[in-house]
Each structure stands twice: as structure tokens, then as C-alpha cells.
Design a protein around this ligand. Structure first.
Ligand code: MLT
Ligand code: MN
Length: 306
């Protein structure tokens, strides 16, 4: 199985269009230690012919152009993209679907709850239903990823619940949404035989069930949104904590580094990294600390073979 990181940053990207903060300035000025990153997404394939996207970020058009294996190879109209798996309905996970609206057949794989959000937003009808199938995936039931013509790709998909919250645009103004475990925020396990890749771009908390699922895993891409829960407040970039946004942070006793320390995961890669997170910077002490704990920081174009 091959995987290519299409985008490694969280919503907003790095640099974020309206950010004049020091790290974004470094990225915008071409500082090699502050490499720009688009919003989070991964492409996976068994055979190098048929590719499945994990999340469809608003940057998807640019990501496809930057990734030669995703370019058309035959005829006047074609695409190696056979399907798109959605791990939630946040803008940064679904807006890229609108880029794929040229009557090209592919399958959308998502939970019934995430598909309901698409169904309720008529703009997604640009993905003509006679061409683009919306396939509901029940939780914790592995199913084959197929091409639009029904051929087996050799990969299976399992979606499983992780703690998360409603998409920002569905929140009601009066109170913060609860962190829940259900069909709204999910992780994806992509398997080829016994090999397994996990993609978990958003997770509010490490639960015992998630810890036991990930114990000893070969490869995990995991939520790297924030370093500290209150880093956006401290940097005067916003008034929300990571917890409020549905993301656990990397540092601290309940943080991701501590939570993964006893799990024996063979390869751990941070993805969905916010532009406020110093781990993005190659020369930061936080980067050194994450690497010392065995983590890699994803970058756009990073390739991984399983
Ligand atoms: C998140 O990951 O917290 C969301 O993508 C935030 C957003 O909708 O911008
Ligand atoms: Mn996000």
C-alpha cells in the first residue's frame, strides 16, 4: 500500500490567508524551516492505479496538480481517483468535493450522519448522483473499497468513532457543543491483508477503546492540531481552546505524546497541524520534543509505503 500526504495543515492551512503571525510570515517568506502546507488530506492506493482520497480539503485542486499519480492517464477525461473517504463534515474535510464536480465517476464513502450533512447542503448536488455514488459506511464494519465500476481495489475501509464535535457551521450560537462519540467524527483504517494504515485527523481525547485499537499499529496519521490546549488564546489568535474545537493537544499529561507513549505504534505521523503549532517549525524545541518521542511531522508530498 502506498500513501501520499496531500496536505498536512489543519483548517486554514500554513500560512493561513489572513494570518500575519510570525510563523505564517516565515512560511510566506520562503523560510526553509517553515515549509508551507495545505489543508489535511491523504491519498492511498494498493496498485498505484486506483487511488482513494482520505478527506477532501478546500485545497484539493492544487493538491491533485501537485501529485502526479493523481493526474489523468487515459482518454480525454479520466482520473485515477476512484473514491473519497470522509472522516467528518468539517469544511476542511468536505469542501474539496466541490472541486470534483466535472461528471467524473467516483464513490464517496462516509457515515450516514456525514452523508446527511452533504444531503442537506444542495451545493453538493453538483456531484451528480447518477455519476458520483454516496455510499454509507456503518461504523466498525470493514468493507471493500471498490472502483466506480465495482472492481475490488484490494483495500478495505473501516470507519470507527473517535471523540469529536459538530462541524463549526452547525454549532448553535448559545452553547458549546458537547464532545461525543458517534458517526460525526471518525477515524479510518485502510487495510491490505494484515497491513493497516490509520488516518485520524481529528480526535478530542484518547479513549481506552482507541488506545487498544491503536496498540502496536504499524502506521498512524494522527491529529496534530495544537501543541498546547490554550496556544491560540496565549498568542492572541482566537478565544478557543483545542478541547473546545474538538482536538486533543500534543503536550501535557493528557496530550497525544503521553497517550501514545505506551502504545508501541511503529510509525506515528502528525497531520492536521494548525498554523499556531510550533511543531510545524523545523527549528523549534517543540519539534525536537515530538521527534524525541518518536513522531514525524507530515509535509505535503510525503510518501509512505506499507
Ligand atoms: C477543526 O478541525 O477544528 C475544524 O476544521 C475547524 C474549522 O471548521 O475551521
Ligand atoms: Mn479541521
Amino acid at each position: 500500500m502506498k500513501a501520499v500526504v496531500l496536505g498536512a495543515a489543519a483548517g486554514g492551512g500554513f500560512p493561513q490567508w489572513n494570518s500575519h503571525a510570525p510563523a505564517c510570515l516565515r512560511a510566506r517568506r520562503g523560510d526553509p524551516a517553515a515549509r508551507p502546507r495545505t489543508q489535511a488530506g491523504l491519498a492511498v492506493s494498493r496498485d498505484g492505479e486506483h487511488w482513494f482520497l482520505l478527506n477532501a480539503a478546500p485545497d484539493l485542486r492544487q493538491q491533485i496538480e501537485n501529485t502526479p499519480v493523481l493526474h489523468p492517464r487515459t482518454g480525454l477525461r479520466s482520473s485515477p481517483i476512484a473514491g473519497v473517504v470522509l472522516c467528518g463534515a468539517d469544511v476542511d474535510a468536505i469542501a474539496g468535493l466541490l472541486t470534483l464536480r466535472e461528471r467524473q465517476a467516483f464513490v464517496i464513502y462516509a457515515t450516514a450522519e456525514v452523508l446527511r450533512v452533504l444531503d442537506l447542503n444542495p451545493i453538493f448536488e453538483v456531484l451528480a448522483r447518477d455519476v458520483v455514488e454516496r455510499r454509507a459506511v456503518p461504523l466498525e464494519r470493514p468493507l471493500p473499497l471498490t472502483t466506480p465500476t465495482g472492481e475490488n481495489s484490494g483495500l478495505t475501509l473501516e470507519l470507527f468513532p473517535v471523540p469529536g464535535k459538530l462541524p463549526l457551521y452547525l454549532e448553535s450560537a448559545d452553547r458549546p457543543p458537547p464532545i461525543v462519540l458517534g458517526e460525526g467524527t471518525v477515524g479510518a483504517a485502510i487495510r491490505e491483508g494484515t497491513r493497516c494504515l490509520y488516518f485520524i485527523p481529528g480526535c478530542a481525547e484518547m479513549t481506552p477503546a482507541l488506545a487498544s485499537r491503536l496498540r502496536g499499529a504499524e502506521l498512524v496519521f494522527f491529529d496534530g492540531t495544537l501543541w498546547r490546549d490554550d496556544e491560540m488564546i496565549r498568542a492572541d489568535l482566537g478565544n478557543k481552546t483545542g478541547k473546545r474545537m474538538g482536538h486533543m493537544s500534543l503536550s501535557g499529561p493528557d496530550g497525544t505524546l503521553a497517550a501514545f507513549a505506551p502504545l508501541g505504534v511503529q510509525r506515528k505521523i502528525l497531520i492536521h497541524i494548525n498554523n499556531s503549532n510550533p511543531v510545524l517549525l523545523d527549528d523549534s524545541p517543540e519539534r525536537a520534543q515530538a521527534e524525541a518521542a518518536g513522531w514525524e511531522v507530515a509535509w505535503d508530498g510525503m510518501e509512505v509505503t506499507l
